[in-house]
Design a protein around this ligand. Structure first.
Ligand SMILES: [Zn+2]
Length: 65
């Protein structure tokens, strides 16, 4: 018998991260912004959202290489 149950890899996948914009802890962030901030930027801060979208594109491109 082994002690495999002691390993919990799912914890590593669902690690809460603080949002870089509002400092709330979120399970899902995209380039540092939580879902609340992304929807807020989309409604109220189009210029900030554009800057964030460029960061998203840069992050995806750097991962692809
Ligand atoms: Zn946020």
């Amino acid at each position: 018998m082994t002690a495999d149950v002691a390993e919990r890899p799912e914890d590593a996948l669902a690690e809460p991260v603080p949002c870089s914009r509002c400092s709330n802890t979120a399970l899902l962030t995209i380039v540092g912004r939580c879902a609340d901030c992304i929807s807020d930027m989309g409604r109220n801060h189009p210029e900030e959202r554009e800057a964030w979208r460029r960061e998203v594109t840069a992050a995806i491109e750097s991962r692809a290489e």
